[in-house]
Design a binder for this molecule. Structure first.
Ligand code: FE2
Ligand code: FE2
Length: 357
């Protein structure tokens, strides 16, 4: 949490700290809504988010009207100049609801907002739930960008989002339950990617991947596991009904394509790249692209494989409805056990309630 926010909440009673954080969360929620639909040169920022000494160095504007009564913006704080929280408080006291930033400064400001979000202390269930939901939504936003065009810049944002997840998980054990509850309620590849990253991080932590950097790498592998699908023709990706043999052959190349997209990217660790390359290898040697068997497959890839299968089975898809965790585990045990690592499977079952199917 930023110092200013700490200062402003430090001396309050617990109830008013809760209220302050709920206000801040509402402001962040609003901010994300604003940035998802910027229609002009400037983007509105709820003023509570400017009440900190850690606001990034961007120009801030206030809304006004020009001589013809058209909406306009006047500069409040020029980039490079000191912003005092007293000035911002004065605006709040005068009923100002928003400051405005240039559209081009949105990425920089969003990074700051994400930090505030992740570092916000846990004060109430509402804040926790909202915090994790917002983080997940921002991850889905980043995945939209990555799937539109998997550039190194977009991937770097993905790396930052996974950092946020892992940070939250390490710091706040309660986030674990909330992340679990969020990981399977989705419909599309983007949400699937975020769900797989979430499941992979949680399973990794359960099986002894305790180092923060390693968990981040595992999450990145999960997030990007299907990135190679961006190189598969959309006719194949979106085809209703089963793929024919030649289409299937192209589809199966997505793990190799994914590895090729990432292989020279310094922001992505080697084991995350291996997870992308090997997530369709199967422990009995019948998978692709190489046909590796159990001991040859990297642990991060094995974790990603289970997270992937589990997320797919427990999610509504165009051709099947979501299964309960129990039914998913039963199906994996009965029909798909050749694909997965048995010990990891047991750990996954324990995470979701401890009952074996
Ligand atoms: Fe895949
Ligand atoms: Fe997948």
């Amino acid at each position: 949490m930023s110092n200013a926010l700490k200062k402003s909440t430090g001396s309050m009673t617990p109830e008013s700290t809760v209220a302050a954080n709920e206000k801040l969360i509402a402001a962040i929620d609003k901010y994300y809504a604003n940035t998802s639909q910027i229609k002009s040169s400037h983007c509105a920022v709820p003023i509570e988010l400017a009440l900190s000494e850690e606001v990034p160095d961007v120009s801030l504007f206030l809304a006004t009207t020009d001589s013809k009564n058209h909406p306009a913006y006047k500069i409040f704080r020029e980039e490079g100049l000191y912003l005092s929280t007293v000035e911002v408080q004065a605006l709040i006291d005068n009923g100002v609801k928003n400051v405005y930033i240039l559209r081009s400064d949105v990425p920089k400001f969003t990074q700051y907002v994400e930090r505030v979000l992740v570092e916000m202390p846990t004060t109430s269930p509402m804040v926790d739930q909202k915090k994790v939901t917002l983080l997940r939504d921002s991850a889905i936003g980043v995945m939209t960008e990555i799937f539109a065009s998997p550039t190194p810049e977009a991937i770097e944002k993905g790396v930052k989002v996974v950092n946020g997840f892992v940070y939250l998980l390490m710091k706040d054990p309660k986030a674990y339950d909330i992340l679990l509850s969020l990981s399977s309620h989705d419909h599309y590849t983007l949400q699937h990617s975020v769900g797989v990253a979430t499941n992979a991080i949680i399973l990794g932590k359960k099986v002894g991947v305790n180092d923060e950097a390693a968990l981040i790498e595992l999450g990145i592998g999960g997030l990007l596991h299907d990135i190679g699908k961006t190189k598969v023709p959309t006719e194949i990706i979106n085809k209703k009904g089963p793929l024919d043999e030649s289409e299937w052959a192209v589809m199966k190349q997505h793990s190799l394509f994914g590895y090729e997209i990432l292989k020279d990217n310094p922001n992505v660790g080697m084991r995350a790249k291996l997870a992308v390359l090997q997530h369709h290898e199967e422990t009995n040697g019948t998978g692709y692209p190489v046909g590796l068997s159990g001991p040859q497959i990297d642990l991060f890839a094995k974790v990603t494989t289970i997270a992937d299968i589990y997320n797919a089975l427990t999610t509504d898809r165009s051709y099947s409805t979501a299964r309960s965790p129990f039914d998913a585990f039963k199906l994996i045990r009965d029909k798909l056990s050749h694909k997965i690592d048995a010990e990891l499977f047991d750990s996954m079952v324990k995470i979701y309630g401890g009952k074996a199917p």
